[in-house]
Design a protein around this ligand. Structure first.
Ligand SMILES: *Cc1c(COP(=O)(O)O)cnc(C)c1O
Length: 501
């Protein structure tokens, strides 16, 4: 298959592999005997591989592609240019907080003594690294207003899992395991999954018309079997739960705990502290709130901060300090829920988050929060005359529209998102949260300048006009990418995820 007739990048001569859409030409590059490495001549007698490796010796050649070094470099460089990245432009994927990762973070994370520290180094030889971890722990407990912390969990959902294990261990220590966890319908989807995986029954709690919690319904629902409420705050519609104090009181009166999903702390840092408004345990997403690379399945970090009474249950090891200020990992914690991650967590992410916190300082962190909220509200103000705004409550770090007006013309949120690609932007989050039918969930983060926001707003307004005038253009987008519409059902049911010889 050559380039299609209507392609805007018609080749002049022979089609070169990087210009073609033909998968075979793009991906099937292997030819026998090519290699991308060269070994020096042997300076010892050759050994028999079968003898040395025993049962581990392959009977057949591994089916790996055979390529020269430059072919590999070109292949991956080419693929990278087909991708979108925060380093290319705004990445308004709501709830994911795709903010820019300042290069100073990368510089610090690559300092040899930190980057190459071996996790098996004895504590007395790792004091510098332990100090980094200790300082980050102290910064995060101060930012959240909590009293104890673990940095072990490797992602937000993993933090939720760890936090709910603490809740369960505490209830068990009180002689009452309890059975259920209440989760509002405005929560992140990982919350009910977490509660279920920790062995709880999940009870749904409906939001009120403002997108907040219905306090009377909550009061009726909480009983002696309620272990906790998991509250995403700000919620997935970008609304701050302003009566959280009262929610904490209702729970505590019945012996239940308040878990806060703090993945959206980028809307609160430097303004309010969950520890001050009654939260017992929460997680943070370092790979959202505190920059650090995000997406593509790369390393994340989901620290869990809690109040003092939950500290004995934290995963082992826990960092302790003696009177001389020397630090060591303590493993002997009889009430601990155990380990949730190898070693101490993703330490590279700790270094990046700490660099971000220290480079911004307290005033800078508060400013980033204010800018994130300002940017979301600027987009809201500039788009609310063309896109339906289902919840009128003030927006925090993100704004959620619905496709109601466009759907009336047969164009759905997914179509608008795909058309946005043609305008040079990554799509916003599509069809989530579920309480908003046809949701467009937009989170610009504080990284974006007014100029970039204006370009985005212009693109969205222009697409809204197209929906009125030439809806087909939107319904068949994207038109500028290597591949246009995929068979999404097929891609989800039968994903082809690896190369096969
Ligand atoms: C991103 C997110 C999570 C999950 O975090 P992961 O690191 O992707 O596991 C949980 N809750 C909220 C509100 C989030 O935005």
């Amino acid at each position: 298959m050559a380039l299609s007739e209507d392609s805007h990048c018609k080749p002049l001569g022979k089609v070169r592999p990087h210009q073609t859409q033909n998968e075979a030409l793009v991906f099937e590059k292997s030819s026998p005997g090519k290699r991308g490495y060269k070994l020096p001549p042997l300076d010892v007698p050759a050994a028999d591989a079968g003898e040395v490796l025993g049962a581990a010796h392959r009977a057949k050649k591994a089916g790996l592609p055979e390529l020269s070094e430059i072919e590999i470099v070109r292949h991956f460089t080419r693929l990278s240019t087909w991708n979108y990245a925060i380093d290319l432009g705004m990445y308004p994927l709501g709830s994911c907080t795709m903010k820019y990762n300042p290069r100073v973070n990368e510089w610090v994370a690559r300092i040899e003594g930190l980057a190459e520290a071996h996790p098996y180094r004895p504590d007395h030889l790792a004091q510098g690294q332990l100090q980094v971890i200790d300082l980050l722990q102290r910064c995060l407990t101060e930012i959240t207003g909590m009293e104890a912390i673990t940095l072990q969990p490797a992602a937000g959902a993993h933090g939720e899992f760890t936090g709910i294990l603490l809740v369960r261990a505490w209830h068990e220590s009180q002689g009452n395991a309890r059975k259920k966890i209440i989760i509002p319908d405005s929560a992140h989807g990982t919350n009910p999954a977490t509660a279920a995986i920790c062995g709880y029954t999940v009870e749904n709690l409906k939001s009120n018309a403002e997108g907040g919690i219905d306090l009377e319904a909550l009061e009726r629902q909480v009983d002696g079997e309620t272990a906790a409420l998991m509250l995403t705050n700000p919620s997935t519609i970008g609304v701050f739960e302003s009566r959280i104090h009262r929610i904490a009181e209702i729970l505590h009166a019945k012996g239940a705990l308040l878990y806060m999903d703090g993945a959206n702390m980028n809307a609160l840092v430097g303004k309010v502290r969950p520890g001050d408004f009654g939260v017992d345990v929460m997680h943070l997403n370092l790979h959202k709130t505190f920059s650090t690379p995000h997406g593509g399945g790369g390393p994340g970090s989901g620290p869990v901060a809690c109040k003092k009474f939950l500290e004995p249950f934290l995963p082992t090891p826990v960092m302790v300090k003696n009177e001389k200020g020397e630090m060591r990992w303590e493993y002997d914690r009889p009430q601990s829920v155990g380990r949730v991650r190898a070693f101490f967590g993703n330490t590279g992410m700790f270094i990046r988050a700490l660099a971000y916190i220290l480079a911004n300082g307290p005033d800078g962190l508060r400013q980033t929060t204010e800018d994130a909220v300002l940017n979301a509200n600027y987009i809201r103000a500039k788009l609310e005359d063309v896109f339906e705004l289902p919840y009128k409550t003030a927006s925090m770090h993100e704004v959620v529209f619905s496709d109601k007006r466009q759907a009336a013309r047969g164009v759905k949120t997914g179509d608008i998102a795909k058309r946005l690609i043609d305008y040079g932007f990554h799509p916003y989050t599509v069809s989530f949260p579920l309480i908003v039918p046809g949701a467009l969930m937009i989170e610009p983060t504080e990284s974006e300048s007014k100029e970039e926001l204006d370009l985005f707003i212009e693109a969205m307004r222009s697409i809204a006009r197209e929906v009125e005038e030439t809806p087909e253009v939107v319904k068949t987008a994207p038109h500028s990418t290597r591949v246009s519409r995929l068979d999404e059902v097929q891609a989800a049911r039968k994903p082809v995820l690896r190369w096969r010889p």
